[in-house]
Design a binder for this molecule. Sequence first.
Ligand code: C2E
Ligand code: MG
Ligand code: MG
Ligand code: MG
Length: 292
Amino acid sequence: AAKTEERNAFRFYTPMMHADNRRRLQLATELRQALSRGEFRLVFQPSIELGSGRIVAVEALLRWQHPERGEVLPGEFIPVAENLGLIRRIDEWVLQATCAQIQAWDLAGVPPIRVAVNISARWFGHPSFVDGVSRTLQSRRVSPHRLLLEITESAMLRLGDDTQRTMQTLDMLNIDVAIDDFGTGYSSMAYLKLPAVTYLKIDRSFVTGLPGDANDAAITEAMLAMSRSLGLITIAEGIETEAQHEFLLRAGCVEGQGYLYSYPLQAEEIQALLSPNQQSGSPRLRLVPPRR
Ligand code: C2E
Ligand code: MG
Ligand code: MG
Ligand code: MG
């Protein structure tokens, strides 16, 4: 019933609808065409090891190059795509494009790093999910351990009884899962011990208040302690200041992402950063000048 409601949601709008709603409705029409018109592209945000400053992973983030409006961010169009039932096809496109990019980096001799992809509950919960993922990996000759599937804590809440089995299969296939935006989902923590769940990403809303906000500091330390005892690897999101970096490093957080180190970048920029003839050793943090 909930699904039908969502699908028909736009029917109830009247000519008096707010400009905001009208914009959403137009967005919906255009979103349907965006895939076939090739208006989506990916950017990649580095994830660094806090201790060494080395780039150990990147996360693929979707961008919609709108013909008139320019770049539209996922926060605006992903919820619309979910309501319209378009999110599965979009997620599939993202995975295909990501695996194609991994293959291209490999062929160009870029040192192999982990690449994370955001997956919606709609696709993760679909019976075809694991098959789709492993077929895409195979078609691009990408080894499963290179991929990290990110699922938000709130998306986990919407998943059904098949979750355990899906995670088991992913685990058997050597595909890791991260719980994204952790701390915002108001859910039980039972899924932290599911097979395949290897990473926990601390939501930016907690990092923002560090180190000054005593509540954020206490919650962050508790999340780090818990994930450490469960054997999970923690990644903090949205690190913007040196002081946040220092706090998280001292509290035992393993990895971090944020504008302090790098904005999301084009594939070629990632390649240049990781390329071995780029100065000596591994790339270190804040090589990238802040932009946008
Ligand atoms: P997320 O997976 O938690 O991704 C992190 C978001 O925080 C990204 O926004 C990133 O640009 C932004 N960010 C990173 N560092 C900082 C920082 O230091 N400060 C601030 N203020 N922001 C930072 P973006 O790209 O707009 O994506 C927003 C959300 O949209 C993502 O949150 C993810 O949930 C979703 N999303 C993005 N790409 C995809 C996709 O391909 N498929 C699906 N299903 N969802 C996606
Ligand atoms: Mg993510
Ligand atoms: Mg996140
Ligand atoms: Mg987030």
